[in-house]
Design a binder for this molecule. Sequence first.
Ligand code: GCU
Length: 446
Amino acid sequence: MKDLVSIKLDLKNTIVPMLWLCLLATAVESAEPLSKNSQVGTSEASPKAPAINWDAYPESTALPELLKLQNGSPVKSPEDWMKRRRPELQELIQREMFGYLPAPQPFTATVTKTVPDALAGKATLKEISLKFTQLPPEAPEIRLALWIPNRHPAGKIPVFLTLNYCGNANVTTDPHTTIHTDRFCSKKEWIGQRGGQADFWCVEQVIDRGYALATYHESDTKADKNEWNDGLFPYLKSDQVPAGSQPATIALWAWGLLRCVDQLAQEPQLDPRRICLLGHSRRGKTVLFAAAMDERIALVVPHQSGTGGMALSRENNQETVERINRVFPHWFCGEFKKFGGNEPRIPFDQHAVASLVAPRLLLDTEGDQDAWANFPRSLETLQAVNPVWKLLGKTGLVGSGLITSVTEIQPGKVGELLQLRLPEKHTLTKEFWTGILNYADLMLPE
Ligand code: GCU
């Protein structure tokens, strides 16, 4: 069956238009105008580019204060935070790190496939194509796969949304998911293969617990490579945005997730108040940024997100800002390159990104054998943002905020901020999902 749904975008919750105005007013001096050859993710300065004005980036080995406005005034009330400090920080992290999140785009959502007995009868699979009506017809669509449990408690169903690496069919061995081979995936053996990451996404486990699961392939919005002619970037870049602050790959992936949220929030069976985002590693950095930018996300799980995610950049003794920018120049915007080796000059740190999730739920999941994602520095991030949750009247951390077993997820023992650290490597497992689902059961709104 094919049905066509027109999407009315709810702009109430998006601060994007305001940010674009701020952007015009505050573009940094070092930014070049966008030229045809500008490379978003690279630091290649044009011969005419002015030198970086380091006076604008004073050194601070201490973490920049969260509860102080840029004009020096203290942030004293929830209103000060939500209306003044939060927009300032959103502006800063976009301009200097991720690039500006493009404004939402209207789309039509076409259900291209419905399978009422997917996953051996446990779920209804809906494949939905999001086609952007104001972009040129050749602009790629986002292909969202959504599994909704057929058995679930009465009422609307909570949903986990994820970003996948090599196509929706890779997420489960279920034979019904459509295989697409026309998008980029660096792991060639997974292209066109079913279920390559089935043990990772554990779709049946999520469904059995009464949650829906939704996913899209990152290459619908931007391939994971330092090239800028694919995906939606060519259609979403804007001449109004300085080259150094154009949205880079992580911002484009996040933008795609938020368009999926536009759609999930309209799905009659799903609960728009219980939309959860989960991403692993580079995709963990992505979901953290998406949740920082959009209050519709009730729970974010930046799984093993590391540098550029939950781990602090200052004195990071694992992956440095210089290294991440050099090896993955396309993840963050051009402005972020100047901070490699100059971390004390970053006018924020990753605690600022995490703080923007307040007062919602932030579950940081880590593996204690993952010696690259820097779980101790991620726990420090949780501790550094705790005063923001407190200011907003929440519990924030309980104790140090660290638990090391899923059985510790009990009423009164965990708050809105938590690190669940399991004896694992750099991967996602059933046990992690058990912890994540236990936490969601306990902490999501009724
Ligand atoms: C690399 C990178 C990390 C990233 C990881 C991943 O290891 O250095 O920053 O998180 O890839 O995405 O798996």
